[in-house]
Design a protein around this ligand. Structure first.
Ligand SMILES: [Ca+2]
Ligand SMILES: [Ca+2]
Ligand SMILES: [Ca+2]
Length: 283
């Protein structure tokens, strides 16, 4: 059912790597990694690798090679657990001893839907097995440390993102700007904007001075990315941007994120601001 594995280090390389089943006990998402090839890898679009239960044996979350390059179809031989990019899990894992384990059973608003918090990495919710019953992911013992983004042609853009937007690994390069909106494809990847739509890019929509010490900034955002507002007092070829003090900012559900920067400690004027997007669990 599953073919050769692409090997990457497991994403569950913290002490927190165990799900729980009342019927079979602990299920370890990091078995002997890195000394053996087993262990579950959490990716931006799909999971791969093997979890292990002493009572149930190996549980296969996917081979890391979905047919279309970015999501298992869960038809034919193309099976595995998918990630929608904003933390929600779906699809199927497979155990030779206990059968299918269903991650996509829940409606979008269900509080028990299997989910990864992209800010903390903590996993919550349940998967369902016809033979084992509910498998608890929200054990407080299961947390993702990193999100895998394989970039096999090393152009700075993950394979899954190139396949999703272009259907190949060759159209986008380290310097291409396919839609010619002024934002290179590498930057559209970092911001997860549409590289084939010249009206889609990381955009600051408004910047308003509220007082001598406060500036309000609003920008277009996507829930698959995190943001920082950076500030500097001089623009030059060697500008050093500094965090505004707000730290990591998640996207507002509306797609428009606003924050007020307090810059009383910065006495110089003028001040310049920019917004930076970055991938969750990538630092
Ligand atoms: Ca690439
Ligand atoms: Ca572009
Ligand atoms: Ca674009």
């Amino acid at each position: 059912m599953f073919s050769t594995f692409l090997c990457a280090d497991t994403s569950f390389n913290t002490p927190k790597h165990a799900a729980w089943s009342g019927n079979t006990g602990w299920i370890l998402f990091r078995h002997d990694r890195p000394s053996s090839p087993e262990g579950v890898v959490f990716g931006a679009c799909f999971l791969s690798g093997l979890a292990y239960s002493a009572n149930t044996g190996w549980i296969n979350l996917g081979d890391g090679t979905p047919d279309n390059g970015y999501a298992y179809s869960n038809t034919g031989t193309d099976h595995g657990v998918n990630h929608d990019g904003v933390g929600n899990l779906s699809g199927y894992a497979w155990s030779a001893n206990t059968g299918w384990i269903h991650f996509g059973w829940a409606a979008s608003g269900d509080a028990n839907r299997p989910k990864v918090d992209l800010l903390t990495g903590d996993v919550s919710g349940y998967a369902w097995s016809g033979n084992l019953g509910w498998i608890q992911l929200g054990t407080a013992m299961l947390s993702v440390a990193s999100m895998d983004d394989v970039d096999s042609d090393t152009d700075g853009i993950a394979d899954h993102w190139e396949m999703k937007h272009f259907g190949n690994l060759t159209t986008a390069t380290a310097s291409s700007d396919t839609d010619q909106d002024g934002f290179q494809d590498t930057h559209e990847y970092e911001a997860d904007t549409d590289p084939q739509d010249d009206s889609s890019f990381l955009m600051v929509m408004s910047l308003a001075s509220l007082s001598d010490t406060q500036t309000h900034i609003e920008f277009l955002s996507t829930p698959s990315r995190l943001y920082r507002i950076l500030v500097t007092d001089e623009l030059s070829a060697t500008t050093m941007w500094n965090d505004s003090g707000l730290g990591t900012i998640p996207s507002h559900a509306s797609g428009m994120t606003g924050r007020t920067v307090n810059h009383a400690s910065l006495s110089t004027s003028p001040l310049f601001f920019t917004v930076e997007a970055f991938r969750p669990l990538s630092l």
